[in-house]
Design a protein around this ligand. Structure first.
Ligand code: GRG
Length: 295
């Protein structure tokens, strides 16, 4: 059995190497644009979405070389969302991944462009991945477009989140925001691994249910960390949700009940793995990592 910490460290190394090869260098014009992308991309993210993609792909016996560029593409989309989320018109934050945010370091216009181009590079990366059949690439592109866009993806979740600021929300609306804003890209990471691994229809459906619980668990854990951890541990401003009157699980249920709910999503995610006739121990470990993380 692979120790999860070793697996995650290897993913961080391999994905960072792939990203370095895929992103234009700082010797290529426009230099400030490429510096801005690299500033945010290599600031030390956990690479959890690539890890989910690669773990699911490995579970379905995919060739590891075939997973890497899609994993890098998902990290590009994720980093674009962080850059744009930190902008003055959105969360207006000055700290991300323990460093100054992209717009603080490079200016707002360049940060907007860095986010834009990370998004287009992600789709280009998948489209040009010659290790994958054309049909697989098209499925992945559609998956990423749906998960990062609207009406059920990350951008629509972000809009719902902005619209909900300062308003009382029922739990269904809160869950919808979390599922779209964060869950959709986490789910897409798992499903991309299943697509590249050629999972059967039944295994794909089980992966979808696993990922849906995992995605919600990820954001609930993020909500908990925002109220229980310090800024230095998180590498981003702690206590931001309450200050911005954001809709969160701890805000709705309190910390103790939120922890119980997280444990329940943990259990449900792991239960979905039992119908998959493969060694799913890595996927089990990933859920444990997500609920136990401190940043
Ligand atoms: C602005 C287009 C746009 C979308 C915004 C994802 C998102 C939607 C905003 C980012 C802010 C945020 C708190 C989102 C929730 C998702 C989340 C928990 C992001 C942090 O992910 P981690 O913990 O970060 O994986 P690292 O830095 O480790 O990659």
């Amino acid at each position: 059995m692979i120790v999860l910490e070793e697996f995650l460290a290897r993913i961080r190394h391999d994905v960072d190497k792939a990203l370095d090869e895929l992103i234009p260098g700082v010797d290529i014009a426009p230099v400030n644009l490429h510096q801005a992308i690299r500033w945010s991309l290599f600031a030390g993210g956990k690479r959890i979405r690539p890890a989910i993609l690669i773990a699911v792909g490995k579970t379905f016996d995919a060739n590891p070389d075939h997973l890497l560029r899609s994993a890098a593409a998902i990290e590009m989309i994720h980093t674009y969302s962080l850059i744009h989320d930190d902008l003055p018109a959105m969360d207006n934050d000055s700290l991300r991944r323990g460093k100054a945010t992209c717009h603080i370091k490079f200016g707002e216009a360049t940060a907007i462009l860095a986010g834009d181009v990370l998004q287009t590079l992600a789709f280009k990366t998948v489209a040009e991945d010659v290790s994958l059949d054309a049909e697989v690439r098209v499925r992945l592109i559609a998956l990423l477009g749906n998960a990062s866009g609207t009406p059920a993806g990350m951008v629509s979740g972000q809009q719902l989140d902005l619209d909900a600021e300062g308003k009382p929300l029922d739990i269904n609306a809160l869950e919808q925001i979390h599922r779209q804003k964060t869950g959709a890209l986490i789910s897409a990471s798992a499903l991309a691994g299943a697509i590249i691994g050629g999972a059967s229809e039944q295994d794909f459906a089980a992966t979808e249910r696993y990922a849906s619980n995992l995605g919600l668990l990820f954001q609930i854990t993020d909500d908990l960390l925002d109220v229980t951890q310090q800024t230095t541990t998180l590498g981003k401003t702690a206590g931001k949700d309450a200050a911005a009157a954001k809709a969160t699980y701890p805000g709705h249920y309190g910390i103790d009940t939120t922890r119980e709910l997280a444990a329940n999503f943990h259990k449900m995610a792991c239960e979905e793995l039992s119908s998959i006739d493969k060694d799913t121990s890595l996927l089990d470990e990933l859920v444990r990592f997500i609920i136990g993380r401190s940043s």
